[in-house]
Design a protein around this ligand. Structure first.
Ligand code: HEM
Length: 529
């Protein structure tokens, strides 16, 4: 550490990085390897024959030194990374100069993301869905250009024929690279580990382009409107990208900033929200009484307004919101928060935390601590104002943004089933998604997408409850296992396949009516543009 000018803290951060970056990725890839081995007994047989040859020669089990002598085993791993790359998209890069790739102009400072799945599919378009480890054996590359065009690890593109370098499958073991110094290794042709200088250090690898054509088109439409003295906002509902394009001068945003924001949102907002919805569906199927109560809430709204729930009904549907909140409590899809660095020393729960330490909050642990007596019970009613009272009933909840306050302070929302009200209570408090929930982080870098995520989930759950009854498609009437499988997001271990049974044909008619109205709006928008 002295030669490399590393502090003890740098070493700790490296250890944590390795844990975060190395465990899920490797184990997910191994899941695919196992799956394809089970699905392809002939592949297993050939790998076993290779292992047997090694065992017979050396009188011991394979060890790290045998990598070069077992090309078929390596080819199995490589084919699994090709056919199902566990990171479907690469990490973003910023271009340091302009360029043209496949006919697309890429400006300087653009954010580019390579599409690993797309690149891998393009390698063998004729049979991309076939698991064929033998693609990766040197015997299948020859100087007539047989084999795909493979980009080499770390340096530009080179022909597959250059890669005719490895010992043939089954040939005498040799650990030396061939005379040209090439190796048909895991990285040749595989983009799963990234590319270039920031290639995954656990292995080494791309490109792929985040197209900006759509954004430029939108910008032209907005500029066209403004040039004609027309404010697009008065004509139609704008999407987020259009709103940003309209305010980009005032906000000092470049087109590139907007692109980066869009990409950030896609990365940060899709998996997290969809994983949370998996849990919501699971717990709805497992708790028919919860569905019934949510359906009753939706029915009251439909009867009052003669339409399906919409965003404005959030405050009027506390039980639906409580379902979403309880799902985020019981199975937070991000089991750990993102790391923070302490700016001063402190003592927390008897533990001394030095300055400059990296701390990670344990979301699962905090959530479990809220209701230790029945933490594994899915009880949305915990989050209804009726269940908080001045005698301190309810857990001690940390309030969103400001210290800790007693649950009794939170007796603020309209009672479940009470008259709809969109106004916060007189104390200005709201029993909202963030009170007591750490899933979205805390403090200044709290998830900025929380309100969007809540609305997306609210609209889906409230409308589902208005229209259908959910049940497990795999084992009707029986609960799903609520065990979590940990990955980048913690998803249910069991596949949440559900059936949706229509409750009332009148709801279908309401949906169809809405669909017709949306289509009409779309037509008028395309006429406008
Ligand atoms: C259920 C859904 C979601 C969950 C569980 C979630 C969770 C999180 C967490 C834990 C963080 C880190 C906060 C911290 O450092 O303390 C975060 C950051 C972030 N989230 Fe979300 N998120 C969700 C939905 C969304 C959506 C829908 C968007 C946008 C469309 C979004 C955009 C972001 C962005 C841009 C950041 C980075 C903020 C920063 O670095 O300052 N998230 N999210």
């Amino acid at each position: 550490m002295n030669d490399e000018k590393l502090t003890l803290n740098d070493i700790k951060l490296l250890m944590v990085d390795f844990m975060f970056a190395g465990i899920d990725t490797t184990s997910a890839t191994l899941h695919w390897v196992m799956l394809y081995l089970c699905n392809n007994p002939h592949v297993q047989k050939r790998a076993q024959a290779e292992a047997d040859r090694l065992v017979t020669t050396h009188g011991r089990l394979p060890c790290f030194e045998d990598m070069d002598a077992m090309p078929y085993t390596r080819a199995i791993i490589k084919e699994a990374t090709r056919i199902r790359p566990v990171g479907p998209l690469g990490l973003p890069r910023q271009t340091i100069e302009e360029d043209t790739v496949a006919g697309y102009y890429i400006p300087k400072d653009a954010q580019v993301i390579y599409n690993t799945v797309g690149i891998h599919e393009g390698l063998y378009p004729e049979d991309t869905e076939m698991f064929k480890p033998e693609r990766w054996l040197a015997a299948n590359f020859n100087d007539s250009g047989n084999g795909p065009i493979l980009p080499a690890a770390g340096s530009g593109r080179r022909r597959g024929s250059d890669l005719k370098t490895m010992a043939e499958d089954g040939a005498a073991p040799s650990s030396a690279p061939d005379e040209a110094g090439h190796r048909l290794d895991l990285l040749d042709g595989i983009y799963l580990f990234g590319q270039g200088r920031r290639l995954c250090p656990g292995e080494r690898v791309g490109h792929g382009v985040h197209s900006s054509a759509y954004l430029r088109e939108l910008e032209a439409i907005i500029k066209g409107d403004l040039a004609k003295g027309r404010d697009p906002r008065t004509d139609r509902e704008l999407c987020y990208a259009e709103e940003l394009l309209l305010t980009m001068n005032d906000e000092k945003l470049t087109l590139n900033d907007i692109k980066l924001l869009m990409v950030d949102f896609m990365f940060a907002g899709i998996d997290t929200t969809s994983a949370t919805l998996h849990w919501v569906m699971l717990y709805l199927c497992n708790n028919p009484h919860v569905q019934k109560r949510a359906q009753a809430e939706a029915d009251r709204l439909v009867t009052t307004h003669g339409r399906l729930p919409c965003f404005e009904d959030m405050d009027a549907m506390p039980y639906t919101r409580a379902i979403i909140k309880e799902a985020t409590r019981i199975r937070p899809v991000g089991p750990l928060g993102l790391p923070r660095q302490t700016i001063e020393e402190d003592t927390v729960a008897g533990y001394y935390i030095p300055k400059d330490a990296q701390v990670i909050y344990n979301t699962v642990g905090i959530h479990e601590g809220l209701y230790p007596e029945d933490t594994e019970m899915f009880k949305p009613e915990r989050w209804l104002a009726a269940n908080f009272n001045d005698s301190g009933n309810g857990p001690i909840l940390p309030a969103a943004g400001s210290g800790r306050r007693r649950g009794s302070d939170l007796k603020t929302m309209a009672e479940d089933g009470a008259a709809p009200s969109s106004a916060p209570d007189e104390a200005g408090h709201r029993l909202d998604l963030l009170d007591g929930i750490y899933l979205f982080g805390q403090g200044r870098r709290l998830c900025p997408g929380v309100h969007l995520a809540l609305r997306e989930m609210f609209i889906l759950v409230s409308r589902l409850m208005a229209c259908v009854t959910l049940d497990s498609a795999l084992h009707p009437g029986k609960p799903f296992s609520d065990e979590a499988q940990f990955g980048l997001t913690a998803l249910p271990k069991e596949k949440v396949l559900v059936t949706a049974t229509e409750r009332d044909p009148a709801m279908r008619e309401m949906l169809n009516m809405e669909k017709r109205q949306v289509m009409k709006r779309r037509v008028s928008l395309s006429v406008h543009t």
